[in-house]
Design a protein around this ligand. Structure first.
Ligand code: NZQ
Ligand code: ZN
Length: 393
């Protein structure tokens, strides 16, 4: 059925090459003391750091900085950011980077408003409420996660091998995001491929659903998928192709900003399975998703689900609709594998990225949280273990 839903995406988007002039006035809405957060230094190498600092200082704002946020961001960065917000009485946080920086910054903003350890937001037994957060503004430098326009984030705790996501629509949405595609010109071919795989997965997690659907949203999602399939190879071949980078950037935001899942209540499947791979092996999120997705599709394919694959295969990959449904489904999965592992050049198996069977049982149990993952097809621990096993060759 088509469930009732609330559509509300109050993120102001400044899209394009010449928007940074709006940064000072945007930040000023929230106060004068800015904590700027960033990752391992790519923004310094690209020159973005200097431009941002110039705007902040030009607007007469006071700047504080926290750098070194790692991919698969750690709770330690969140703790440090929350501490700095309190110490310096920060008014607004400015995240400059990819999903890792933006995600960590969201929980710094929330951590700044509480007296307890921010890991309590992720501890499954405590799940401390997030009632308030300082305002967040983002400048995106990598098209992938959609964190620039969604209300969630994923934080790792290396001490416990946990990587846990949380969504909070009322508190964690950025107030504004600056989306300049030229800030992604320097993203490597590998990260462009991983980001594109992540965008596709966000769409698949919603699209592969046997509920009676909103046809309009299915068409929209097929358009997003086709956009990634068309432009990711161009961005890899020609990193400074503005059109390609712009299409990937805007698609990354719309894949997960809450629009496409209007009316759907299904749990995601590949993401919980992948977060365990990243938690135990610190691999890139989009790479883990690429390895898992075609196997998950194969695992879920049967007579009851085949019609969705037919829709996907014919509308997205242009497979002949006259073929038998099962043949279309297999061709669709093959086409996706060809795209991920051939065109994008991502690794195909878990052993190729250094993952063996050691933690399969634990990762699978954590992925389903000891119960059933109520996704496209319900998955129990044994199902997830079987899917990991399919990724071994
Ligand atoms: O750290 P720096 O030096 O900035 O380098 C980064 C990092 O090494 C680099 N990079 C980013 N922009 C660049 C650049 N290099 C050159 N030029 C640029 N313009 O790319 C590397 C990866 O960055 P990261 O932020 O980790 O990548 P991504 O945006 O893919 O974020 C991944 C994280 O987001 C989470 C993932 O689980 C993972 O932890 N996710 C967040 C979601 C959300 N908020 O809703 C949903 C996703 O499903 C995902 O789980
Ligand atoms: Zn993702």
């Amino acid at each position: 059925m088509i469930h009732d839903f609330i559509y509300d995406i109050p993120v102001r988007v400044y899209f394009g090459r010449d928007q940074l002039k709006n940064l000072g006035p945007e930040l000023r809405k929230y106060g004068t003391r800015v904590l700027m957060t960033y990752g391992g230094g790519s923004i310094k190498r690209t020159g973005l750091y200097d431009k941002v600092v110039r705007e902040i200082r030009g607007a007469g704002l006071e700047l504080f900085e926290l750098s070194g946020i790692a991919p698969n961001p750690r709770i330690d960065s969140v703790r440090e950011g929350a501490r700095m917000c309190k110490e310096h009485n920060i008014d607004v946080l400015l995240a400059v980077g990819g999903g890792s920086t933006i995600d960590a910054t969201k929980f710094m903003a929330a951590g700044a408003c509480v007296d307890f350890d921010p890991w309590d937001f992720f501890d499954l037994e405590k799940w401390a409420p997030i009632e308030k957060a300082l305002p967040i503004v983002s400048i995106l430098t990598l098209s992938a996660t959609g964190s620039e326009m969604d209300c969630g984030g994923v934080i790792s705790n290396p001490e416990t091998n946990d990587k846990i996501g949380r969504m909070e629509p009322l508190t964690l949405l950025p107030k504004a995001s600056f989306l300049d595609p030229s800030n992604t010109f320097t993203v490597s071919a590998y990260q462009t491929a991983c980001g594109s795989s992540d965008i596709l997965s966000h769409i698949f997690e919603v699209y592969f659903n046997m509920d009676q659907d909103m046809y309009m949203l299915d068409c929209f999602m097929e358009g997003l998928m086709k956009t990634v399939i068309k432009y990711a190879p161009i961005a890899i071949r020609e990193p400074e192709n503005y059109e390609a980078r712009a299409n990937l950037m805007w698609t990354s935001s719309w894949a997960i900003n809450g629009f496409v899942d209007g009316g759907k209540r299904q749990a995601w499947s590949c993401h919980p399975m992948e977060h365990e791979l990243s938690a135990f092996y610190d691999i890139t999120h989009g790479l883990g998703l690429a390895i898992l997705t075609p196997r998950w599709m194969e695992y879920c394919l049967d007579e009851t689900t085949v019609s969705k694959y037919v829709q996907f295969g014919t509308n997205v990959f242009g497979i002949d609709p006259q073929l038998p449904p099962m043949e279309i489904a297999h061709k669709a999965i093959d086409a996706l594998s060809g795209f991920l592992f051939g065109t994008l050049g991502l690794k195909r198996t878990l052993p190729e990225v250094g993952i063996d069977r050691t933690h399969f049982a634990t990762m699978a149990r954590k992925a389903v949280q000891g119960g059933t993952l109520k996704g496209f097809k319900p998955l129990k621990q044994a199902d997830v273990e079987a899917i990991y096993e399919m990724c071994m060759k």
